[in-house]
Design a protein around this ligand. Sequence first.
Ligand code: 26Q
Length: 821
Amino acid sequence: AWKKHQVQGFTDKDGFEKEVVRHVETTLARSLFNCDEGAAYSATSLAFRDRLITEWNRTQQRQTTADTKRVYYLSLEFLMGRALDNAMLNVGLKDVAKGGIDELGFRIEDIIEQEHDAALGNGGLGRLAACFLDSLASLNYPAWGYGLRYRYGIFKQEIINGYQVEVPDYWLDFNPWEFPRHDVTVDIQFYGNVRKSQDDNGKTVAHWEGGEIVTAVAYDMPIPGYATPSTNNLRLWSSKASSGEFDFQKFNNGDYESSVADQQRAETISAVLYPNDNLDRGKELRLKQQYFWVAASLYDIVRRFKKTKRAWREFPDQVAIQLNDTHPTLAVVELQRILVDIEGLEWDEAWTIVTSTFGYTNHTVLPEALEKWPVGLMQHLLPRHLQIIYDINLFFLQTVEKKFPNDREMLTSVSIIEECQPKMVRMAYLAIVGSHKVNGVAELHSDLIQTTIFKDFVKIFGADKFTNVTNGITPRRWLHQANPRLSELIASKTGGHEFLKDLTQLNKLELSIDDAAFRKEWAEIKYANKVRLTKYIKKTLDVTVNPSALFDVQVKRIHEYKRQQLNIFGVIHRYLALKAMSPEERKKQLPRVSIFGGKAAPGYWMAKQIIHLINNVGAVVNKDPEIGDLLKVIYLEDYNVSKAEMIVPASDLSEHISTAGTEASGTSNMKFVLNGGLIIGTCDGANIEITREIGQENIFLFGTLSEDVEDLRHAHTYGSHTVDAGLNKVFEAIQSGTFGEPNDFGAMVAAVRDHGDYYLVSDDFQSYIDTQKMVDNEYRNQDEWIRKCIRSVARMGFFSSDRCINEYAEGIWNVEPLVVN
Ligand code: 26Q
């Protein structure tokens, strides 16, 4: 129906070219004769941006008029990647732009490559938020994202002498995709103290006074839906000194330096993304970031609600707020504060509104990643909020006491305040108490949170409060954009590009599986994608790899629980086996390229050791003349979203090998399978559901099951622990100096051999090696391998983030799409 909708702006090549020329000559003030690729990128982006703006305004207008419920997705991370290619494809004008760019003497691929990634996230959690925005817009849900406008995104990684070096990521130099809203500002208070007074009715009123003020300025980014005019908004807050705070006294007294210092302190709040993934290492500045962003967003949401002149009790009918992990949990406290202290509602009435508004998504069970803040820090920075947290806890514990009389252990275990030294606020518990639904991100993960870390809360609130929403990915970016040839081939077999809006239609591909020409073209596309990556490896690392070899890829954040160490130990095992073979025997082996990529948190020493070992192994193996093409080990520098778009389509096999029960979901597993790659993996996270969907004959599973992990760990610590014999050979090679200074990797070896092997690397080693052998054997039969890939892709419909967002909308948010006429 929306096709009747009159879209403004260019529709053909000539119209597009006119816009580009106009932007080069006027907006950029350059002559066409000195228009380089950078200027062509800028002008193309501006041309598409103009097209988006009209629809963006209309979408906001439509939502305001309809006055229906909106979703607000609060996330400290939005790992967006590039915007131009996505915008061209979502508005359906990439071919038009390609034609126009050709005529201007450029190649569209080169123009796309000019864009700097918007890398405002660490990994899975941030990229999930970005996929959700794409689905929300594509499905016409009225939804806003709220985040922080970091001046520096995740650091750029350089590999120097085999070590990770971090370089700042300054990405804002020229960003045509953001719109500063200097008129949309919110003053945010920190520190100070609380005074209590009595009002005329004798009711106690709290006044938060003094302290300092920092101003939040809104920057908006348009989020275009695919094949719909709906264009949603991502609002990011930037911090600056409040004009009231700029100390003119100091300034006039000639203390210019200290007044500038105050300003810089304010700007520090939104300066940098914390580079930890699955680790809670925050200091005061992180807590300041959280409150700054949450308070500005809530002020904005409340201001919008108040314009409707509705009664407060209708707030949850108009507003659904989703907490992306515990990072925005202070929003629960802030809304209660607004309702009670500022709007004068009774506590209970306010609390009903608060808990009906929020939903909380948990992304981890790792104890070191569960957020806690010292009570003293909270008291200092947010004195009124700490009081409210204590009151929330008091009322909560009273209901627990009623339900479980005389159960002191229960009270200590679920208290929002951990009674240790120093006392801590448990943010996950606060998020559970303050929300009406709590969800995990894959079936196993949702089961685990209900039976382990949150089991007492299931007893208290009942099982209905807890649910599962298995993660998904947007097929627009992760198939259509990353792998255009495969998208076209699929379209030719399934009846057009409908599958991009309804991914279950991929199942039609199974009807073509016996079509030899189809399989041949499928294989050719995979090969072409591998050739592209081969060239990139040659250009960036000067290593020649054979594109016919099996490409084995593990790209994700470096973490012991994700077990890149298991992978590299397996690579060493393979290398030692090859070295031990006769030349004749060697000739029979299947060539393989082991490709790694990923960033380590700057303070995570062991993760950096893992990177170093991988690079050292590559340095030895890649120049060993006896090995040649049989084995290459590649470390791709600075893995990010745009590199993933090139790497994922080029994989034959990808590794998702976390210790069972540690990876909440994983989402790259879905991306690789959707692009016609097979998986080697553990029974963990979404791997389990992927297996159920595609069939166990199409996936290489190995290793310990999550229900056995605890017993094994116990046995390592209290029984005798013998390391796997094959793995011991690997350790001997490392410690004899085969891969550089033997002592360099002592701690990595000792973690397995002497310190309890917490991640069960030794326990899973033999089954990992055996399973890799099966992979080699199956890859030799290319025809059967391709059939497995096609069948797998055909069965991946479930893992669209569209399915996922519809489940949130129905089961948690209670919102409906706003149909466009
Ligand atoms: C917390 C406190 C202080 C500083 C940093 C943090 C912090 C930052 C980022 C804690 C955790 C994260 C990121 C977690 C994350 O990416 N989790 C992943 O979420 C994906 C989407 O649900 C899952 O697929 C992955 O399994 C999960 O690891």
